[in-house]
Design a protein around this ligand. Sequence first.
Ligand code: NI
Length: 182
Amino acid sequence: MAILKVARLGHPILRQVAATVAPSEVRRPETQRLIDDMIETMIEYDGAGLAAPQVHVSKQIAVYAVESNPRYPEAPSIPLTVLINPRITPLGEEQEEDWEGCLSVPDLRGKVPRFVRIRVEAIDRHGKAFEFTATGFHARVIQHETDHLFGKVYLDRMRSLESLSFLREFLRYQAGSSVIEE
Ligand code: NI
């Protein structure tokens, strides 16, 4: 296991559409090691999620988990999940704005609209297809991570940059708001 270096905004890999991963490739030891390293890196930096392009690998792999994270005391617990080649279908038109942050965009927070309810299809770390419905904060994390796999960051999704804040000012003036960093 290893803690990987996180690519920051401006690195071209964050703007590329990542390659899909075949089930046979998922089962290879090097892919399994990458997934383990991504999980370790996410935990090390207190992220709610991490996508492979953020660790300089342009492949459609994302991990996320929110479990007793002191940084998000109000966030519901979400078990550790590995999504490979995720595809999202919004269920309904409803969107909700909430604060997001990103390990690749350090020290900033902004309000981002996301679909409240989504259907997710993906393959797991064993190469097996699965699908499920996610809502609220869980759906938000998945939309944020999946965006990374298609060259997008949360700033691209903001309706306006007016809410964009440095972390220090965010904590000072928006105290009580939940925040996620992926
Ligand atoms: Ni992110």
